[in-house]
Design a protein around this ligand. Sequence first.
Ligand SMILES: [Zn+2]
Length: 124
Amino acid sequence: MSEMKFCQGVKCHQYKTKDRIKGTQGNKTYQTRRRSSFYYGGDNFCSLNCQNDWFNKFGNRAIDHFGRTTEAKHLTEENAWYKDYDWGSDYNNRTFIIRNGITKEQRPITEEQYNDQNYTLNTI
Ligand SMILES: [Zn+2]
């Protein structure tokens, strides 16, 4: 069974929906949603509203912490590789490739390389 966790939305408990009402009889309150998984914000938020609330409160600080983009990035041959797959006759016959969005060159990769978040041919 998956571990339960709370929505990280800073105002989640302020949205008055029936499913947020929790507590014993006579002591019920609107509470932060708690689920085993969430659809939004990397499995952290119960809704787009909650994700936006978090970003409106913390977004600037998060961007400053992890690095604000201060000049244009350029798509070049060195960083235009992206992973893709071709459908075969069915799902189990997919072939995995890495394709350069500038040169259109494509090379076969394994399913493991496709799923590996760190695998890339991009050099910059
Ligand atoms: Zn929420």
